[in-house]
Design a binder for this molecule. Sequence first.
Ligand SMILES: Cc1cc2nc3c(=O)[nH]c(=O)nc-3n(C[C@H](O)[C@H](O)[C@H](O)COP(=O)(O)O)c2cc1C
Length: 240
Amino acid sequence: MKITVINGAEKKGVTYRMKELFLESLRDKAEITEFYLPRDCPSFCAGCTVCFMKDERECKDRAYTEKIEKSMLEADLLLFTSPVYVYHVTGAMKVMPDHFGYRWMPHRPAKEMFGKRAVIITQCLGGGDKSTAKDIKDSLNWWGISDVRILSFKLMSNIEWDRIPEKKRTEFTEKLHRAAENVLRTDFTKPAHTSIPTKIRFYVVRMMQTGLGKQNPNYKDFRYWKEMGWIDDKRPWKDV
Ligand SMILES: Cc1cc2nc3c(=O)[nH]c(=O)nc-3n(C[C@H](O)[C@H](O)[C@H](O)COP(=O)(O)O)c2cc1C
């Protein structure tokens, strides 16, 4: 099993501890590749749209995004982590998915994503866990991933792990261990189930691409959809 971890911060704080607890029982059973943000994707998307209009390989940040994308495409499980910063993901965790806007379904989603599973770990002091998880989930869903599990935590006390009451730490640890056991029980030889919302997204975009292709058969995203066979009978969830 291959796991790719995208850490929304470099700090070894509470989020880091939670991620480590989740991975504890998976370490000797999985090949784990970790990226730490902003270190591994430090620059903002400049909005040049070269990825959308021309070629993602011409992105100024391709040296960073190529490594992340390759690892994500090869992984069986994607793990995203972020503490809540002002009700949302860390700035770094906003910057990284911005670079993969071209992988959103209305553009050129990777077929591999349709069979993947993902876990999101977020934690906050008291509020913003839902909006933070959604920040990440939006991208994962629009990349084509249906199977997204969210593990959200509210500290409601101190923001340093060692000062959080022991009862709460035990509760968090058990929840993370249970989630890891779930991963161990998963049959990764089979692709994840594709949900109805993912299929609806796909068919709405397919209709849009068909229209755009009629106006301009050379339109980049249409050509991609056509080459993938999705304008015809092929479906990404049957092809992973
Ligand atoms: C800039 C910043 C903004 C934060 N905003 C929120 C917030 O909106 N809601 C909340 O409950 N906690 C907030 N927190 C607390 C964090 O979510 C978190 O509990 C704490 O930073 C510990 O996480 P870490 O040790 O992984 O960094 C914020 C912390 C920082 C540094």
